[in-house]
Design a protein around this ligand. Structure first.
Ligand code: SAH
Ligand code: SF4
Length: 359
């Protein structure tokens, strides 16, 4: 998207300094603007009271800060909130904030999107079923963090600067198919003068975009990589996650192994449990064989119902049976707590448009 005004959201401090100097202002103005954007989530130059009045109106003519607007939100029984945000071209994306505990002073994990829709088209995923519209620009990715933080602080009447302590790239879209914008967004989210969230508190989830995994390994970032595995044999994975036909398990596992060797980071595998599809004893054996050598974590996710799709969630005893099988097989396994399912904010339940009750 070509813009007439310069977008300041997502610029590094150095880039912001170049911008202010090019426009006849001293370098330190960049730090002032940076503070307004990242500490106060301010989108208007007129609110930047430490800038001279003429600079405020001049910058307003030539630049903008596009923090997406929260159109509506839904709140789950467990405190999870889903924000629906509108982008400049009126497309809508959803972002989810998940409390770490029921405690009043709890920190939050924010689940952000990198695309409008998703081109991968996984068989069990609401986003994948809704088609692909476009990649998000990096300021739209960063804007989700600022917009959500501002809204959350307002709703909770909190001025906690670190209310959002973790970021997971697990919303709509395949982050590694929008590699450069995703990478730029990580840099500014991690920047101590920017949003200031530590690399180890940032997770990127991928369906297995091998080229992107290789590129990510080269960056030297210490973020957490999560691989959406969901099947331990190619025949089934081909059906569930179409990208497997391009990068079958052997190729994917080699890329993960290289990633671990390069970054020295433990990788997490995600595995949705689909009743009668991928949770047999044989599936457990295949899974153990596949990932035990990598010393990785495996996170089991009970399937969240998507309207119109034929999958179902296994009964709790089947979940426990599968979990125990993996545990006994020596895997480092966790069972993901379901959050926000009552407001369709759980994994895989995010879509572009929804006529839902709002608050
Ligand atoms: N595209 C990336 C990241 C976004 S999806 C990826 O696929 O990894 C985030 C996670 O939600 C993935 O592990 C995905 O497989 C999972 N997911 C998708 N649909 C789901 C559903 N209906 N129930 C539970 N998890 C789902
Ligand atoms: Fe895309 Fe991830 Fe959904 Fe698959 S699970 S369709 S990769 S968002």
């Amino acid at each position: 998207m070509e813009k007439e005004k310069t977008e300041l959201l997502g610029l590094s401090l150095e880039e912001m300094e170049d911008f202010v100097v090019q426009n006849g202002q001293p370098k330190y103005r960049a730090r002032q603007i940076f503070k307004w954007i990242y500490n106060k989530e301010t989108a208007s130059f007129y609110a930047m009271t430490d800038l001279p009045k003429e600079v405020r109106s001049e910058f307003d003519k030539i630049a903008e800060i596009s923090i997406p607007r929260v159109l509506k939100q839904r709140v789950s029984k467990d405190g999870t909130r889903k924000f629906s945000m509108e982008l400049e071209d009126k497309k809508k994306i959803e972002t989810v904030v998940i409390p770490h505990s029921p405690d009043k002073n709890s920190k939050y994990t924010l689940c952000i999107s990198t695309q409008v829709g998703c081109p991968i088209g996984c068989a069990f995923c609401a986003t994948g079923q809704s088609g692909f519209q476009r990649n998000l620009e990096f300021y739209e990715i960063v804007g989700q963090v600022l917009g959500s933080k501002k809204e959350l602080q307002k709703r909770l009447k909190s001025d906690d600067e670190s209310l959002i302590s973790n970021i997971v790239y697990m919303g709509m879209g395949e982050p590694l198919l929008n590699f450069s914008e995703t990478l730029k967004s990580i840099k500014i989210i991690n920047d101590s003068k920017g949003i200031n969230i530590g690399q180890r508190h940032i997770t990127i989830s991928t369906s297995g975009e091998v080229k992107g995994i290789n590129r990510l390994a080269e960056t030297g970032l210490q973020i957490t990589l999560a691989i959406s595995l969901h099947a331990a044999n190619n025949q089934l994975r081909d059906k569930l996650i179409p990208i497997n036909r391009k990068y079958p398990l052997k190729v994917l596992m080699k890329a993960v192994e290289d990633y671990i060797n390069k970054t020295n980071r433990r990788v997490t595998f995600e595995y949705i449990m689909l009743d009668k599809v991928n949770i047999s004893e044989q599936d457990a054996r295949n899974l153990i064989k596949l990932i035990k050598p990598l010393m990785a974590n495996i996170n089991l996710i009970p399937y969240n119902k998507v309207t119109g799709l034929d999958f179902s969630k296994p009964a709790p005893e089947k979940v426990m049976q599968f979990y125990n099988c993996l545990l006994q097989g020596g895997l480092n396994v966790t069972l993901r707590e379901e959050k926000g399912a009552d407001i369709e904010a759980a994994c895989g339940q995010l879509v572009m448009k929804r006529n839902s009750r709002s608050q």
